[in-house]
Write a protein that binds this ligand. Structure first.
Ligand code: DOR
Ligand code: ZN
Length: 349
């Protein structure tokens, strides 16, 4: 006898997504557009998306890759550099082309070499963003060699983010993919201009998953997963229903060849099973009634957008849902996030 249950919620959005370009874009976009109404598209292409013209061209390539019948809107971002032109950025925001600007500290992660080293060089841009209400999406890790990789988020909050927010109190800031209790506390206590995204995988794995019993490159991402107490803080934040926290999967596809090698890339591909994982996590924490807030309501509210009108239905069955282990792309296979347990929730298509 089946104990199938179902949950109908507003169609979710993904407020932090890597789609890449070319063959990879073609291969991964359908996993997102099947389940999510909108996504904030990360601009860390090679070369990065830095001007309004870059964003327009990339948006057109994404739109051309949306499968027939999928209702999906890419929300474009610009990659902040020390040479970003405030007028170009403001024009892109005012025309509705871009929804946010991404700050990568130079060298913090994949394709971040063009990021910011000297924050004084971007102060005119940040001032302009504060004026026009354009959110700054922050990769919150310092890159100093003397700071331990597990401490880089907490140190970033103290040394960079807090001073920056004091200097630009009107600036809307999203702390992207927070991974620590310190991140949760700072976002929670930070006033209405501050929110945070939480990835699917950081709700599920801690650093043991990467390192115990042999190294598991498929669980390596940045910011790197931290110890268990931090995962629990992230779970409590996500499932609390607080409007400060919302979905940003940070689904970040890399080919198997680029993950399983001597210097493997950071990134976990979760687009395909994120909603199943999230339903599992929220059910486990007795918070299924908060899933809609996290995945479909809090994000648009922070960005000043209406939630999606469409609904999705998640169905829970007795038999595990079968996801493939990998998807195939012209560049090579991409491994799908393995949560380490069976999933029973599935988005009804
Ligand atoms: O794990 C990550 N992968 N973290 C990032 O910040 C970048 C991303 C990517 O682009 O692969
Ligand atoms: Zn990312």
């Amino acid at each position: 006898m089946s104990t199938a249950r179902s949950l109908t919620i507003r169609r979710p959005d993904d407020w932090h997504l890597h789609l890449r370009d070319g063959a990879m874009l073609q291969a991964v976009l359908p996993s997102t557009s099947a389940n999510f109404g909108r996504a904030i598209i990360m601009p860390n292409l090679v070369p990065p998306v830095v001007t309004g013209a870059d964003a327009q061209a990339y948006k057109e390539r994404i739109e051309a890759a949306i499968p027939e019948g999928h209702d999906f809107t890419p929300l474009m971002t610009l990659y902040l550099t020390e040479n970003t032109d405030a007028d170009d950025l403001a024009a892109a925001a005012q025309s509705g082309l871009i929804s946010a600007v991404k700050l990568y500290p130079a060298g913090a992660t994949t394709n971040s070499a063009s990021g910011v080293r000297d924050f004084d060089k971007v102060s005119n841009v940040l001032e302009r963003m504060a004026e026009i209400g354009l959110p700054l999406l922050v990769h919150g890790e310092v890159t100093d060699h003397d700071v331990d990789i597990f401490d880089r988020e907490a140190v970033f909050i103290d040394r960079i983010l807090d001073p920056l927010r004091r200097r630009f109190p009107e600036l809307k800031v999203v702390m992207e993919h927070i991974t620590t209790e310190e991140g949760v506390n700072y976002a929670r206590d930070g006033g209405d201009n501050l929110a945070a995204t939480i990835t699917t995988h950081h709700l599920i794995i801690n650093r043991n998953n990467i390192l115990v019993g042999g190294i598991k490159p498929d669980y390596y991402c940045l910011p790197v997963a931290k110890r268990e107490k931090h995962r629990l803080a992230l779970r409590a934040a996500a499932t609390s229903g607080s409007p400060k926290f919302f979905t940003g999967t940070d689904s970040a596809p890399h080919t198997q060849a680029n993950k399983l090698c001597a210097c493997g890339c950071a990134g976990i591909f979760t687009a395909i099973n994120s909603m199943s994982c999230l339903a599992h996590v929220f059910e486990e924490d007795g918070a299924l009634d908060k899933l809609e807030a996290f995945s479909s309501l809090n994000g648009p509210a922070f960005y000043g957008m209406a939630p999606n009108e469409q609904r999705i239905t998640l169905v829970r069955d007795d038999a595990p849902v079968e996801f493939p282990r990998q998807i195939w792309t012209e560049d090579g296979p991409v491994t799908i996030f393995d949560p380490g347990f069976d999933l029973f929730w599935k988005v009804e298509q």
